[in-house]
Write a protein that binds this ligand. Structure first.
Ligand SMILES: [Zn+2]
Length: 408
C-alpha cells in the first residue's frame, strides 16, 4: 500500500509560527501612540495606530529592541573571552532589552586583538535568538592618545602608521566601529582609509584641539566615543573634541548615562544641543556588570566596582560602567533630560542608523521584530529577537542616579 504524499506547499509547513498581534503603547519616532503590531516570521508586518483603543492605551510600552554599540561584557562574561563568554554576554544583554550589540575590545596586544576579531567572526553565525544579535565588533583603540588613555594600557597604544594594510587586513572583516584620537600623526589618513571601507570611525580618548577634532570629522569620522569622558572638553577659551562633536550636526555622540561618567546636569545640554537622531546611548559595560559590587578585569587591568561605579583598582579612573541600556534610557527619561521617544531612539534607531542596520531599530512594517515591552517604570517586562520571548531581568539594578542629580 502506498503511503500518502506529504504536503509540500509552503502554507502547510507545520512549524511556521502563527502571526501574532500585540497591543500596547507604541513608541514610534517622536510619539507614543496606542496601537498594535502584527508580527510574522520574525518581522513586523503591520503597525496600526489606534488612538481610541483603550486596551492598547492601558498596555505596556512597545519599543524597538536596544542596540548597544559599545559594550565590553555583561553578567560576568567578557567580550574578549571565548565563544561561551560571548554567548553568555549575548544572553545576559537580551534580558535587559538589548537585541543587537557589538562586542567591544579595549586596547590589547596586537595578536590578541586579531584573535578577538577571529573569535567574534567564528561565533557570530551560530549566535541564537536566545541572545542579543552580534553585528560585528568594536575596537576601542589602539590609536588613542596617551594623555587620555583612561583605563587602557599605555604600553599597548600604537601610532596610526602602525595600522598598515597588513594589520588592517586581519581586522577589517566585521569591524564596525573603531576609536581613534584625531590629533595623532597620520590619524586623518587612517580615518579616511577606514571610512572608505565602511567602518564608523569614532573620535575619542583624545586631547585634540578644536581644529584637530574638526579635521578628524572632515576626514570621515562619524561618531564620538563616550562624549566628555577621556577627551578635551568644552572649555570656553580652548574648546576641544567635545565641543567639536556637539557643534557638528552630522556627528553622532555616545553618552554613558549612568550618572557617574557624565553628571546628569549635562544630559539635557547634550540632548538639546545634538539633533535628536545623533545621540547614541551606550553602556560601555564591563564583564562585571550585573554581578554586583566586586572585582573584575578589563584589558588586563584590575577593576573594582563600588556602589555602581567601576574604577581601575586603587585609583579614581573610571574603567567603564556596570549599566545596561535599559538603565540608561530610564535615567534619561526620569531625570527629564529626554522624552521617552527620544531616549528610546537614542538606544535603537540612532545606533541602527550609525551602523547602517536599516532592517531594525524602529517599529515599522518591514523591519525585524526585535522588540521589548516596558512597564510604567520603564523596566523591561519581556524581549524578543524575532524568535521566542525572554523575561526581562529586573533585579540587581535599583539605582537610577539620573533621578537624583545630587548623587555622585
Ligand atoms: Zn569602552
Amino acid at each position: 500500500m502506498l503511503t500518502p504524499m506529504q504536503p509540500t506547499s509552503p502554507s502547510a509547513r507545520p512549524l511556521a509560527p502563527a502571526p501574532l498581534r500585540l497591543e500596547g503603547r507604541l513608541v514610534l519616532g517622536e510619539a507614543v501612540v496606542p496601537g498594535s503590531l502584527l508580527l510574522e516570521d520574525g518581522w513586523i508586518r503591520e503597525v496600526r495606530e489606534e488612538p481610541d483603543n483603550a486596551a492598547a492605551a492601558a498596555g505596556p510600552y512597545l519599543a524597538p529592541g536596544f542596540i548597544d554599540v559599545h559594550c565590553h561584557g555583561w553578567g560576568g562574561h567578557d567580550a574578549t573571552g571565548d565563544a561561551g563568554a560571548l554567548t553568555g554576554m549575548a544572553h545576559a544583554l537580551l534580558k535587559r532589552g538589548v537585541t543587537s550589540f557589538l562586542p567591544t575590545a579595549p586596547t590589547l596586544p596586537r595578536a590578541d586583538t586579531v584573535a578577538f576579531a577571529e573569535r567574534v567572526r567564528a561565533w557570530m553565525p551560530g549566535a541564537t535568538t536566545g541572545g542579543a544579535e552580534p553585528l560585528g565588533f568594536n575596537l576601542e583603540g589602539p590609536c588613542i592618545a596617551p594623555a587620555r588613555k583612561g583605563a587602557h594600557d599605555a604600553a599597548l597604544l600604537l601610532a596610526p602608521g602602525a595600522l598598515d594594510e597588513g594589520v588592517l587586513a586581519a581586522l577589517l572583516d566585521g569591524l564596525r566601529i573603531i576609536t581613534i584620537a584625531p590629533e595623532l600623526d597620520g590619524a586623518p589618513s587612517l580615518i579616511a582609509r577606514l571610512a572608505a571601507r565602511g567602518v564608523a570611525v569614532s573620535l575619542g580618548h583624545s586631547n585634540a584641539t578644536l581644529v584637530q577634532a574638526q579635521a578628524g570629522f572632515a576626514a570621515g569620522a562619524r561618531t564620538t566615543t563616550h562624549l566628555f569622558n577621556a577627551m578635551s572638553g568644552v572649555d570656553h577659551r580652548t574648546p576641544g573634541l567635545a565641543a567639536a562633536a556637539l557643534a557638528d550636526d552630522g556627528a553622532f555622540v555616545e553618552l554613558i548615562a549612568d550618572g557617574h561618567h557624565v553628571h546628569p546636569a549635562l544630559w539635557p545640554l547634550v540632548a538639546r544641543t545634538k539633533p535628536a537622531d545623533r545621540l547614541v546611548l551606550v553602556s560601555d559595560a564591563l564583564a562585571v556588570a550585573g554581578t554586583g559590587d566586586g572585582q573584575g578585569r578589563v584589558g588586563g587591568l584590575d577593576v573594582e566596582v563600588r556602589d555602581g561605579r567601576a574604577t581601575l583598582r586603587g585609583t579614581d579612573t573610571l574603567a567603564g560602567s556596570v549599566i545596561a541600556l535599559d538603565a540608561a534610557v530610564r535615567n534619561m527619561v526620569l531625570s527629564g533630560a529626554a522624552t521617552l521617544p527620544a531616549a528610546i531612539a537614542a538606544a535603537s534607531a540612532n545606533p541602527a542608523a550609525l551602523l547602517g542596520a536599516h532592517d531594525r531599530g524602529r517599529l515599522e512594517a518591514g523591519r525585524r521584530a526585535h522588540l521589548l515591552e516596558l512597564d510604567d517604570d520603564l523596566r523591561v517586562l519581556r524581549v524578543t529577537r524575532g524568535g521566542g520571548w525572554v523575561a526581562g531581568a529586573r533585579s540587581g539594578d535599583t539605582r537610577a542616579p539620573g533621578a537624583h542629580p545630587a548623587s555622585r
